[in-house]
Design a protein around this ligand. Sequence first.
Ligand code: ASP
Length: 445
Amino acid sequence: MLKVAKFGGSSVANAQQFKKVASIVAADSDRRYIVVSASGKRFTTDNKITDLLLLVNAHISYHVDCTVLLQTIKERYIELARELKLTYPIAQKFDEFAMHIKDVSPEYVVSRGEWFTAQLMAEFLNKPFVDASDVIRFHHDGSLNQEATAQLLQQLVVEKGSFVLPGFYGATSDGKIKLFERGGGDITGAIVARALEVDVYENWTDVSGFLAADPRIVNDPRIIHRITFDEMRELSYMGASVLQEEAIFPVREANIPIQIKNTNDPEALGTMIRETAEERESEHLITGVAGRKNFTAVHIQKAHMSTEIGFIRRALSVFERYHVSVEHVPTGVDSFGVVVNGADVVDTIYSIVNDLQKELVPDSIHIVEHLALISIVGRNMSRRAGTSGRIFGVLGEAGVNIRMITQSSQEISIILGVNNEDFNTAIGVIYNRFVKSEMVGTISQ
Ligand code: ASP
């Protein structure tokens, strides 16, 4: 077996965390390719190195002296190296970087967070350091050059066998540093996993996996041990997220599972994300529930609308004109709704309604604001009759008025619209009745 192990900012925040990483890596010889983020927060009010470096750039662009800031960053690395008894000349290397700071690009400055962290980690793990600018290759337009990257990484493995690589950045063929978006160390890990065709992409963080519901709404929600990529997309789209979204695509295409693990509790199972889950295993009916508040629905009604070709398209093109992304379109025979993010239409809703009125000449337009959408996700729901009936039943008992219903086409989720004020009650009831109380529900076919 071969694994990529990617360690996030909190996993490399201080010497104690470095030691945890070392024992995790030592515990499994399959963990051959290590990717690290820049050191993150050591305590809640602390700063991530990446944020400090972004601040350095802001100082430079406003011609404000950043000596003190650079000193703070330098001291964090010196402390790390001292506590871990490393020989890497961190002070000298940092000074060299600081001396030329005005001659390098802002991307280069930010990338040094992962660069220094990886230098120290490489020595601590006794593995070769590899600079991401030598192997993660970007096109000049900022997109990833997949073929070149895969080739460079494969060649690297032949030469070195095992390595520590800084995440979050790469370079064009002429050496210009490019960054992924924030949290992009996850993307680097996924790219390496795919290029080297590993068996598992381990993503080490500070939580023991993906939670079945928001812990701010339900007490001590269970951890989802197995989830499919589709289910995870549905849940993270609704706001539940552990992984950088873009990190999913490279591994998903190559059918490589991602395992979320907790550096502070390595024995915990974590969450395994795969393309498909084996059937007939003892499993939950509902994998998780998530949602978001503040949607707006615009309901349009017109008699015999269903016979008028292009009616819905014309309505949607009005939203497109105002650059509003449409989330859902629940339809009836002579009416349909267009559900959008409330924040996207605060300034434009009246103009949109006006245009709809003029262009569609409907019988009525009716707006519902302060709508919350809840996605109840479970790959097993499609195999069990009566699930939605039971969900509606418990929500009715709890006095929650359901304002909208849609189901994803693969039947892995049911999306409900409720009033904002019923949001917490609805999530709580669904969690308690379908996830918590069904901890070991067996699916029988
Ligand atoms: N250090 C970068 C950030 O803070 C990337 C990462 O942590 O994955 O966003």
